[in-house]
Write a protein that binds this ligand. Structure first.
Ligand code: SF4
Ligand code: SF4
Length: 424
């Protein structure tokens, strides 16, 4: 790993505590990823990105800032990256997926807050993540209660703009979301000093659509009986999609897909026949949360699809590229983003429809509905989702977990029993 200490120091990071994180990550990555057999060669790129996760990309973002560019940190797939990139700024995902950051969040948040929020707040306040230090402005949203209140705490430390996400999907809500996107555009223009023209916005819509298409292509390949790539590897790619340079990410993901196409032609598979195909649905799995995929894939199963924000919710549905006026482009953005089915909406029946459709497309043998501890929204929605799946005759296992390893053994027992049951 290159020496980035000077850069971290200049970012005002707590180097001593950060060193502890740098020590545990490679071990975890090695255990979960490098132990796999027959990985595609194209994974080398993502291995490299993750090995230098706090170095390479942060250095690029700082370079961008030195040239006068701004960096926006986001926490949710409803926030349109297109607006940010259209102002020659960079958007980067900031969701925390490590237990390492949770105690820092618990210093200011109630313990019964979901680990994703606690880790995100802890990463900022404890100064142990360069991405959280670099972002010039955070973009929050009014999705769940935990996040809404966390913005007030984070807002004391860093400039933050909050987007008011509707909670229903009526015609007037989609209009309201378009208005919110317009307000966001004005904020971004003012903060960056760059105007967002129709031409610029058109380019960034294409840029992000291309990224979505590359991910869609990758997911398509998982529909094959002979699986050219593991679920763990795809999860890593989905997680990296949130902060990598979009153009390079698209290129590398398409190159990987070329290799996977060839694997399919050659009949190469990373699983043996009889391995049970599992679809995961539920709360997001932010980097480096690889726990459940690892358990499934070392217990006789393989993850073939994630109906999650780190999964299909991130890339399904393209933004209409035919609109040529800014107002029309914003309408197209609002329509696309309001197609995402998150449990923060009521009703949210579209999510169950999505899961049923995906289960069929990916030929899932069973579904695991995974809930991050203390996420009330997904926990409550789990009742309707699991009932709907049972009604459709699809085996489902509901689990709740956090970022600690304390329940790993118990989870392994439950997941193994579920997969075993699918064999009969
Ligand atoms: S689960 Fe909902 S609130 Fe969380 S990132 Fe996804 S869309 Fe946003
Ligand atoms: S997992 Fe649930 S509680 Fe946590 S940030 Fe997402 S919606 Fe909020």
């Amino acid at each position: 790993m290159a020496d980035y200490r000077k850069m971290w120091e200049e970012l005002g990071m707590d180097l001593e505590t950060h060193d502890q994180l740098c020590e545990v990550l490679p071990q975890a990555f090695g255990d979960v990823y490098l132990s796999q057999e027959n990985r595609p060669e194209g994974m080398d790129y993502y291995n490299m990105v993750v090995a230098d996760i706090h170095g390479i990309r942060p250095a690029e973002l700082i370079e961008h800032q030195k040239k006068g560019g701004k960096v926006f940190g986001t926490f949710c797939v409803y926030v349109p990256d297109e607006i940010v990139f259209a102002a020659d700024a960079i958007a980067t995902g900031l969701c925390g997926g490590s237990q390492f950051w949770v105690p820092g969040g618990e210093k200011v948040l109630p313990t019964n807050t979901c680990p994703l929020i606690k880790a995100s707040v802890g990463a900022r306040l404890d100064r142990t993540c360069p991405f959280f230090r670099i972002a010039d402005m955070y973009v929050g949203e009014t999705t769940c209660d935990g996040k809404k209140k966390a913005w007030e705490i984070l807002g004391e430390d860093v400039p933050i703009h909050i987007m008011d996400l509707p909670q229903m999907k009526r015609e007037k809500d989609i209009k309201a979301w378009a208005e919110e996107i317009t307000t966001f555009k004005n904020v971004v223009e003012e903060f960056t000093g760059n105007q967002i023209t129709a031409e610029k916005l058109g380019e960034s819509i294409k840029l992000i659509n291309e990224k979505r298409k590359a991910l869609e292509r990758l997911y398509e390949l998982r529909k094959n009986e002979k699986l050219p790539i593991s679920g763990r590897d795809v999860l890593l790619i989905s997680q990296i999609a949130f902060y990598d340079d979009p153009k390079r990410f698209t290129k590398m993901t398409n190159a990987l897909c070329d290799e996977l196409d060839q694997r399919i032609k050659d009949g190469v598979s990373v699983i043996s026949s009889g391995t049970k195909r599992i679809l995961l649905t539920g709360t997001p799995l932010a980097i480096p949360n690889w726990k459940l995929h690892n358990i499934v894939e070392t217990s006789g199963g393989v993850v073939v699809c994630e109906e999650m924000c780190t999964g299909t919710r991130y890339f399904e549905h393209l933004v209409d590229e035919t609109r040529t006026e800014v107002a029309g482009q914003i309408e197209a953005l609002a329509e696309r983003y309001m197609n995402i089915n998150c449990a923060c909406f009521t009703p949210n029946t579209g999510r169950l429809d999505d899961i049923l459709r995906l289960a069929k497309e990916y030929k899932a043998d069973g579904i695991i509905d995974v809930n991050l501890k203390f996420c009330n929204l997904y926990d409550t929605e789990g009742y309707l989702v699991e009932r709907g799946l049972k009604d459709a005759g699809i085996p489902v296992l509901g689990i709740e977990t956090d970022y600690t390893d304390s329940d790993a053994q118990q989870l392994r027992t439950r997941v193994s029993a579920f997969i075993e049951m699918l064999n009969h």
